[in-house]
Design a protein around this ligand. Sequence first.
Ligand SMILES: Nc1ccn([C@@H]2O[C@H](COP(=O)(O)OP(=O)(O)OP(=O)(O)O)[C@@H](O)[C@H]2O)c(=O)n1
Ligand SMILES: C[C@](O)(CO)[C@H](O)COP(=O)(O)O
Length: 226
Amino acid sequence: MKRFVIIVAGGNGSRMGASISKQYLEIGGRPVLIRTLEKFATVVPDAHLLLVLPERDFLFWEALCAEHGSKVAHQVVAGGQSRFQSVRNGLRAIPPQEGLVAIHDGVRPFVADEVIRKSFVEAETHGSAVAVVSLKDSIREIEDSGRSRARERQAFRLVQTPQTFRLEAIQAAFTAGELAHFTDDATVYEHSGKAVHLIAGNLENIKITTPEDMEFAAYLLAREGN
Ligand SMILES: Nc1ccn([C@@H]2O[C@H](COP(=O)(O)OP(=O)(O)OP(=O)(O)O)[C@@H](O)[C@H]2O)c(=O)n1
Ligand SMILES: C[C@](O)(CO)[C@H](O)COP(=O)(O)O
């Protein structure tokens, strides 16, 4: 079955507070986004890669790839105002056909090869495959009254990307109007009436969000020997 990958990198990285968007910051001398793109190109070399970027960054991105000697073939698509809109733009750029599509945050360069491979295999069987990890800490829910109550952590999972789907089903799901609880692609898929299938993610697959994540990213890279 034909495979597609949509890497979303249309955000501004406001929580990082850096002078350039976080997806272009370097870890170990190489931009985060180039690392993510090259990871998918290596693990699923047959896949068609789409990269969603703010339109104003198109020339900057081209220059960045040239500067770092990155030659991965990919299609660049203009991002939207929200992650939902950026994913939707990516999906609209793929002609309807039978296939599988993995949707991944550009700022998650440490996704394990095995998680990517498994997400395609399981999505082919189950229609979807969403990477999750268990919680290590205890959790509490804050109620409207301001009081908190302990919740059973075994009943919860932290959701990562990739989130991989049969192409036609996720394209249909993204014809819905944007809702506040659409924080990822699984929520959009679920809203279309489909059940989400979970697979094991990897703990290193952090979403680089705030400055301390850059320090942890540098540590993870050194641990990998890169
Ligand atoms: N309009 C948007 C917003 C986010 N994203 C992407 O979605 C992923 C997860 O989003 P997040 O970590 O929130 O990134 P930012 O929106 O850039 O960060 P912040 O919320 O701190 O501004 C990132 O790869 C980001 O580039 C996107 O493609 N288009
Ligand atoms: C898609 C995601 O990375 C799954 O954990 C997450 O929901 C993105 O959230 P953000 O608010 O856009 O950072």
